[in-house]
Design a protein around this ligand. Structure first.
Ligand SMILES: N[C@@H](CCC(=O)N[C@@H](CS)C(=O)NCC(=O)O)C(=O)O
Length: 201
């Protein structure tokens, strides 16, 4: 059976949990407790050379990096498809995943790091900057969703990449302004998918 090395609050692990659930694949969860730095243990470093989660073990084939893992799942278990069939659509999905991984999610990581600190020690400027950058991200998402229900037309790995972040918006008190109509409707669509709730832990 597929083994996923994961931790409930990890946004990148949840990306993979969602893909596995969407594909109807059974998997065993192996908890790697980041608060205990289990990701840096010598045993775990044999699976993931950089000591991060998620990592996946598919009957002895071990790989890491949430985006690479989700692409592997799509290749190995193609039904139901989570990538568009056409090369333009696939490139579009990958661009949006890269935007999420490199320019959207890192600001959530900043917020998570700050919220873990005792209240008096939090860097308020870093928090405000992160919230500002996340809000700027909505400008791009809004534009990308013009005339389409999902980022690459059909529901895909690109939308999945954003789902863990969407669940954190309320927690960090980030509201999506009503002017972002496409984004608001997309968020409702994603929250309505059974994999949204089922992947929470
Ligand atoms: N590009 C990697 C990033 C993985 C990553 O940043 N994982 C975080 C949890 S979401 C982690 O393991 N942090 C602990 C650490 O870096 O020591 C991916 O998408 O899997």
């Amino acid at each position: 059976m597929i083994k996923l090395y994961t931790f409930p609050p990890s946004t990148n692990s949840r990306k993979v949990r969602i893909a596995l659930i969407e594909k109807g694949l059974e998997f065993e969860r192996v908890n790697v407790d980041l608060t205990k730095r289990e990701q840096k243990s010598s045993d775990y470093l044999k699976l993931h050379p950089f000591g991060q989660i998620p990592a996946l073990d598919d009957e002895g084939f071990i790989l890491y990096d949430s985006t690479v893992i989700n692409e592997y799942l799509e290749d190995e278990y193609p039904y139901p498809p989570l990538m568009p069939k056409d090369s333009e659509g696939r490139a579009r999905a990958r661009l949006m995943e890269d935007f999420r991984d490199s320019h959207f999610n890192p600001y959530f990581v900043h917020l998570i790091q700050e919220i873990r600190k005792p209240e008096g020690e939090r860097d308020t400027q870093r928090i405000e900057n992160a919230k500002g950058e996340i809000t700027k991200g909505f400008d791009r998402i809004e534009m990308e969703l013009e005339g389409r229900e999902y980022l690459a037309n059909s529901f895909s790995l690109a939308d999945i990449a954003f789902m863990p972040n969407i669940d954190l918006l309320d927690r960090f008190g980030i509201t999506v302004d009503a002017k972002y109509q496409n984004t608001g409707a997309w968020i409702d669509r994603l929250k309505g998918r059974p994999s949204f709730a089922a992947s929470a832990t």
